[in-house]
Design a protein around this ligand. Structure first.
Ligand code: AMP
Length: 170
């Protein structure tokens, strides 16, 4: 199936010069959606994760059905101030300033294998920060899964040396 046909390109969103890869057409097509989750699950199953982390907010959309299909638990990585219990925090550099992500300290017991999921990897800062959070829980990174990779930005060079699944390279 041509999944790229279900990704919509929106120029200059959210700011001038950014070509936004919009996944909502893929989500709204029942066949494409089922195909995407099935293919994604098949590819990341070999990483044998004990838990899946989804990065706010589009990482939730893909991470949760994968956790369900693989029969493992799920934990959200969220923007600051959203998680109610004690959190680990990790900050990362943006073009201007920094951003922070949080994960519950008790999201998973020490020593487990955690798979990190997001819709898209661009510069890799977000995904690298998620790895720092998982490491603070005493768990290891089983791998990464992204629907889309913006290959030219070389974001994967910022990630730890673990296997990476990408469904749609651009
Ligand atoms: P980065 O930290 O640069 O790898 O950015 C990744 C995060 O920003 C992901 O959570 C994406 O959802 C979002 N993102 C970055 N660039 C784009 C883009 N061109 N289209 C859609 N989402 C993007």
């Amino acid at each position: 199936m041509d999944l790229k046909a279900h990704i919509r390109d929106i120029p200059d969103f959210p700011k001038p010069g950014i070509l936004f890869r919009d996944i909502t057409p893929l989500l709204s097509d029942p066949t494409a959606l089922q195909y995407t989750i099935d293919l994604f699950a098949e590819q990341v199953a070999e990483y044998r994760p004990d838990y899946i982390v989804g990065i706010e907010s589009r990482g939730f959309i893909f991470g949760m059905p994968l956790a369900y299909k693989l029969g493992v638990g799920f934990a959200p990585v969220r923007k600051p101030g959203k998680l109610p219990a004690a959190v680990h925090t990790a900050s990362y550099a943006l073009e201007y300033g920094t951003d922070t992500l949080e994960l519950h300290q008790d999201a998973f017991p020490k020593g487990n294998r955690v798979l990190i999921i997001d819709d898209l990897i661009a510069t890799g800062g977000t995904a690298a920060a998620a790895a720092k959070l998982v490491e603070q829980t005493g768990c290891t990174i089983a791998g990464y899964g992204f629907v889309i990779e913006l290959v030219g930005l070389e974001g994967r060079t910022k990630l730890p040396d673990v296997p990476i699944t990408v469904l749609l390279p651009y």
